[in-house]
Write a protein that binds this ligand. Sequence first.
Ligand SMILES: Nc1nc2c(c(=O)[nH]1)N[C@H]1C(S)=C(S)[C@@H](COP(=O)(O)OP(=O)(O)OC[C@H]3O[C@@H](n4cnc5c(=O)[nH]c(N)nc54)[C@H](O)[C@@H]3O)O[C@H]1N2
Ligand SMILES: Nc1nc2c(c(=O)[nH]1)N[C@H]1C(S)=C(S)[C@@H](COP(=O)(O)OP(=O)(O)OC[C@H]3O[C@@H](n4cnc5c(=O)[nH]c(N)nc54)[C@H](O)[C@@H]3O)O[C@H]1N2
Ligand code: SF4
Ligand SMILES: [Mo]
Length: 727
Amino acid sequence: MKKMNRRSFIKLSTVAMAAASGTVYTSKAKWTEAASKTPPSITRSFSVCNSCGNRCNIIAFKRQGRLWRISGNPRDNKTGGKICARGHAYAAMVYDRYRLGTPLKRMSNGFEPISWEQAYEEISDKLKDILRKNGPEAIFWSEYSKPISNFYGARFMAALGSPNWTTHASTCFAARNVGFNHTLGGLPTGDYENTKYVVFIGRAPADGIGTSILKGLPMAKQKGAKVVAVDPRLSYSANSLANEWMAIRPGTDLALLLAWIHIMIKENLYDREFVSKHTVGFSDLEAAVSQYTPAWAAGITGLPEEQISRVVKEMAAAKPAAFVEPGWHAAYGSNYRNSTQTARAIAIINALLGNLNQPGGLCFYSGANLGSLDSSRHQAPPNSPYKRVDGAGVAGKYPLALGSGLHHLLPGLAKEGKFKAGFFYSINPARTVPDREYVVSGYKNLELSVVIDWQFSETAEHVADYILPESHPLERDGIVEPISARMPQVSMQSKAIEPVHPGARGLDRIVTELAQAMGFGRYFDFKLDDLNKAMLFPLKLFPVHLQQRGPQVAGGAWDYGQTMFRTPSGKVELASGTFAEHGFSKVPIWESPLIEPSSGEFRIIHGHQAYLTHSQTINNPYLVSIAKDYHGEAIWINSKKARELGIADGSDVIVSAKGYENKVRCKVTERIHPEAIFVPAGYGSFASKLERGFELGISMNDFVPHASEDISGHAMMQEAVVSIRKA
Ligand SMILES: Nc1nc2c(c(=O)[nH]1)N[C@H]1C(S)=C(S)[C@@H](COP(=O)(O)OP(=O)(O)OC[C@H]3O[C@@H](n4cnc5c(=O)[nH]c(N)nc54)[C@H](O)[C@@H]3O)O[C@H]1N2
Ligand SMILES: Nc1nc2c(c(=O)[nH]1)N[C@H]1C(S)=C(S)[C@@H](COP(=O)(O)OP(=O)(O)OC[C@H]3O[C@@H](n4cnc5c(=O)[nH]c(N)nc54)[C@H](O)[C@@H]3O)O[C@H]1N2
Ligand code: SF4
Ligand SMILES: [Mo]
């Protein structure tokens, strides 16, 4: 393959497209010339990008039967038609020689290809045996939450009688959602386009790409909006989008937020009318924050007192068209002991700004009203009578955890013998969950592990007994999915090309056939198309409309002003009775991170890069070329600390923690807090068959111990310190 340089990085879409067609264009002019001569045999299909959680609508162009290129779909209200480098590079996966094309079974000397019939027969025999001996609680399903598996994975578990359908949430956004649910009754979205002031707390939307933010925020900035980034690191996002950087000590965001609440109340900067009409618990909050002065917060966060006070005053002056962004993963999704209360504090500040459902504030947009299968014609499996084995939602364990479970706990439970069989769909816990040894050795105790993937991930190589190849998303239809926006829409991943590997199958088919082999076929007596028709019925739409025209409007335009909160009191809960009932502080109060770096140690922090998705892109030819050309694998260290340690920019360092060490390139920069080192996500692959990015860089998960936070039960992915020395 032609090696990429800086110029071809900029022209990534051209290159990805050219690769699919077999031609390489060396300049934009040549490409434009070629494109203008495009033969009429080009056809378009409408689909959805499957390469990250944004699920942008795309248009797939086909030339002479082959996928030629991908573009965004301008009719997608969330993206406005823009897609990212990963979306473009998605085309390369289709014809990649590394794709899995047939079911595989682990033998003593490696994996052996088997037929689907043999795979179904052996997997269902083993499952029946486990059901008989251990009951349905001993089986789990684990997935990166996707529309197709939210339906088929959950229904398959219900059909078996298992309560253990699980998603990736406890290593992503769990604390954020629990905090927001128990304060505002749900998770609102920023009205970026119309805002005057936004504060991002550890959210880097042009690194960990958030398409709706990137669509709206530039418009607001053109109208004069101010953007503040609170981050121990000056991310690429903050560097290009923010007016001001607050270089906070990692893990101390809660102190900053408590001081902001203190100042807003003390100086009467909050929306009194909103607070009296729509909130409960104000006096508890006021009493709790009286001690959190800006001087106190300056001592903990390392931020100047002047900056702490000024930013909150500026934000309050812009209210209600001002908000603290609800975040996703990084600062408080699943990182620290104090993450859930940090999320509560952010939700509370937004309520004090009176910005909920206001122009330029945080809005609860409506989604499409979708139908479901007629249960009188298609028998639905009953809900499992058992409690979740991971303890999510279970009294005495993690009663407030999300219903989608705690997937980072599953390996330990497998080791204890509580789980005997597990399914892994579109998830790679061997690389993306902290503590590789805990994860891999825990899962090896399973009597049956089935990985459904399209490539040979770490989990496939090191854990699976059976690997079932799923077809590429552009080779199959998906399930109807709602797009929540001011004008709600529905969209659907739809088939754009004939399968390159006819031996791979879609999840709907895999689950249906496995259920039939198990004797549960009655719960899957419909086709995906029947399900999609039932979902679209209330909207008077058919799948063919989405297939032929892309995303469709689904219901009337949403308007500002509605104030309905799905909390027990129906109001914003500044003090949460539910938290108090379960023994947690009903208002956020200061709690330090669990682990503090001592002298000579650094806290490990991480974040995404615009051109990689978690572990899954490390073998993508274009994306890994960008990573290599730009040394994306380099960890970041503060210049002053580097000088003290004699470390030069671009040199190799040894990162070590508790008996484990690894070598990696180092970027020396002023752009990171001296107490932290930044480890980019997506590296440190130990999937030996994914050769292009194998062992490039390091993964922070090799240094982070297995641990759970008390309230949401999430993994604590930044409660870890490391030492650094010259290599
Ligand atoms: N070190 C480190 N760990 C992290 C993070 C981090 O930043 N750094 N981030 C955390 C976050 S925010 C998240 S959300 C999680 C994500 O955790 P994962 O979901 O485990 O991450 P991915 O790398 O996206 O792995 C997905 C797997 O699914 C496969 N796959 C992709 N698409 C499909 C499909 O359509 N069908 C099938 N069958 N398989 C598919 C991919 O090949 C890959 O093996 O990781 C968390 N863990
Ligand atoms: N390119 C790309 N885009 C993606 C993804 C991807 O894999 N690749 N994954 C998607 C998914 S699943 C998710 S969850 C989102 C994640 O997107 P984000 O939630 O934005 O998460 P990150 O990119 O992990 O980190 C954002 C910033 O948090 C900072 N940070 C770390 N620790 C702290 C702290 O203690 N305090 C503060 N204030 N800041 C801190 C980091 O320095 C980093 O700049 O991205 C989504 N979009
Ligand atoms: S942000 Fe990029 S990778 Fe994610 S769905 Fe959109 S185009 Fe695909
Ligand atoms: Mo995530």
